[in-house]
Structures are given as structure tokens and as C-alpha cells.
Design a protein around this ligand. Sequence first.
Ligand SMILES: NC(=O)c1ccc[n+]([C@@H]2O[C@H](COP(=O)([O-])OP(=O)(O)OC[C@H]3O[C@@H](n4cnc5c(N)ncnc54)[C@H](O)[C@@H]3O)[C@@H](O)[C@H]2O)c1
Length: 376
Amino acid sequence: MKSEIIKVTFSNKVDNLSYPIFVGANLIYNCEKILKKFIHNKKIILIHDKVFYKKNEINESFVAFINLIEKFTSSVNLIGISGGDKTKNISELNHIIEKSLSFEIDRDSIVIAFGGGVIGDIAGFAASILLRGINYIQIPTTLLSQVDSSVGGKTGINSRKSKNLIGSFHQPLAVIIDINLLNTLPKREFLAGLVEVIKYGLIKDDKFFHYVEENYKQILKYDQSSLKEIIIKSCKIKSEIIKNDEKENGQRALLNLGHTFGHAIESFGKYDGTIIHGEAISIGICLAFKLSNKMGFCSLIETTRVINLLKNLKLPTSFLDLSISITTSKMLEKFKYDKKNKNNQLTFILNERIGKSFIKNNMDVNVLTKFLDEEI
Ligand SMILES: NC(=O)c1ccc[n+]([C@@H]2O[C@H](COP(=O)([O-])OP(=O)(O)OC[C@H]3O[C@@H](n4cnc5c(N)ncnc54)[C@H](O)[C@@H]3O)[C@@H](O)[C@H]2O)c1
């Protein structure tokens, strides 16, 4: 399978920042040429998900990758951390920082994040503050991270108050997406990633939503060509949205469809795996469509179509699918920490139809309260 390159550019940057996303199969074994340009003779801090390097179970691709980069870098220093949102906290960040410093790094050293969104987010954040900022490369290993978190430079950790409240914008030097890394990904995690794929169609591209509707059975078989199709399309849509809004002052917020509800729900799960990010976003998307319908913005037919696709994928679609106890007042309390809020006013991403999201500022709390009372 031929690999493809998508270029991420930011139009408002004086320094014309841009970086490549490489997408292909078995890229991990064949990335010498790609990587040499960025990491030749440099000291590497390879922050990886421990899932690839357990005592009696070492992932072949990961070891091949280490052997490959050891040939043309000055040293490869490993930091293994656990996947799962529980890891995205300040003490884990501190551990990464202190361990990185113990390798006697300098400002030319490079962080490589090898793992899912959790590893990418925390490693990227560490890179953004180590020695006041060093470069990093993303090698995403979950579907979610390949279509979303590795692109766009949002890095960070969770606070006890809610999700992703501590962080920075720090763009990677490059993103390397090897579709074959998904072969070992558990189905539950794969489905969670598919939610973010569906999200892109809902925000901006009804034809893409239709493609997933038509091909989801093929996609669930990890079929390489449909996987490549959805990953490339997702990265392209995300790049297009963030191009003019790197720091989320406007349109980038659309990518948050389902996330105001989703982040709140996720934080009630205490990040212990009861509900994972993509699952919470699945419920969040359904709620955003139901709310759009309640407020007269979106038809019931479109809303039902969205919920049906997520149901067909056996994803959770409502509060009833949760084993966590949630109340309207607890949800409203969590919304206060949403980063889209301005002047104590809540902002939500709603939809006119499939393929057209919009930003709804100054959300009426009474409408929201009534809606949540009916849903919970
Ligand atoms: N920065 C952004 O723009 C952005 C966007 C969306 C989501 N996120 C964040 O991403 C995180 C979720 O990412 P995620 O779903 O990748 O979570 P994750 O990194 O926790 O990975 C999910 C699980 O899959 C395992 N895993 C990873 N790769 C594997 C592989 N190839 N084979 C087998 N197991 C593997 C991990 O150990 C973990 O248990 C959340 O914290 C979310 O907030 C960030």
C-alpha cells in the first residue's frame, strides 16, 4: 500500500508553520528516510505506552522501531507509561519531566510519543515545557489518536475538576500513522476511535458520514483500504478546520461537537475505564443532536439517523447506557469548566443537519436544565 502525506499548515503563523502527516501500512519498519530529516544524531526520549513493552510480551513493531532509530540517533531513552486517562495527571507529568532531565537532554533533544491519545497528549505537553520547549514527533497507535489527537498540537493533562484543563498548544514536527499498528488494538478502543471519525462527517461533510454509514461493517473488519480512507479523510478535515484557527478562537471549537457533554460524563467515570473518551463522546454527540432538535435547529430524522449509526456500532448513546450516577446539577457544575465558555456563558456545538455544525454561544441554562432533566 502506497503511503500518503497530508500537510498541516497554519495560515496565521508568521513563521509559516507546517508539518507532514505520513499515513501508510508498515511505516514503522520503513520510516528511516522520513525520520532522518528530523532526528538524525539527536538524543531521543521515546515516551511509549507500556502496552508495547511488557516483561514477557514485547511488541515486534515497537522493538523494530527502536532498533531502526538507534542506528542514526545519538541515543534512545525510554519512558514507559500506562495508557488510559488515569495517566493524564500532574504526578505522571512530573515523573516524565524528571526522568527526561535525568537523560541529560538539551534543546536539540526530541520527544517521540509512541502510543494513543493519552501518551501523545502528556508527552506533547512534557515536550512543550521541558527546557522551555523541545520538539516532538507523534506516532499514534490507536484509531482515535490517528484520526484526531495526534494532529493539531493540543497537548495536556486532566485536572481533578475536569478533562484537559492543564496544557498547551505545541505542534509536532511530524506525525507518522502506521495503519498496521491498529492490528492489536482492542475492539472497544477501535470503536471509541470511530466516534471521532463519525464526528468529522457530522461537523462538515455529510458525504463522509454517509461513507461510514455504508461501510462500517468493512471498517470493523480492520480492512486496510477503508481504514486508510477514513484516517486520511479525518486528518484532512481536521487540518482544514484548524488551518485558520490554531489556538481555537473560532471555528476550531466545532471539533468539540459532543465534547461538552462528553467531557463531563467522562470525568464522572473517574477515568478508571468505566467509560472511555470515545464512548463518552458518543453519548455527547447524541445529546448534542437531541438538544439541536429540541431547540428547533435540526430535524428528528437526522437526529435519529446519527443515533442509529452509533447504536449499530454498539456504542453507548444515552445516560441510560451508563452505570455511573449522574444528576442534572452535577452536569451543570461540570459545564462551568468547559474551555469554550466566555464571561460565565456556556457555549455548545450544535447541528443544523448532518454535515453542518455551528457554535451556539450564550446557551440558556433553563433550556439546558429542562433538557438534562428529561434525558437523565
Ligand atoms: N489532543 C487532542 O487534540 C485530543 C483529541 C481527542 C482526544 N484526545 C485525548 O485522547 C485521549 C484518548 O486517546 P486514546 O483513546 O488513544 O486513549 P489511550 O492512549 O489511553 O489508548 C487507549 C487504550 O489502548 C491501548 N493501546 C494503545 N495503542 C494500542 C495498540 N496499538 N494495541 C493495543 N493496545 C493499544 C492503551 O494502552 C490504552 O489502554 C483522551 O485523553 C482524550 O482527551 C486529545
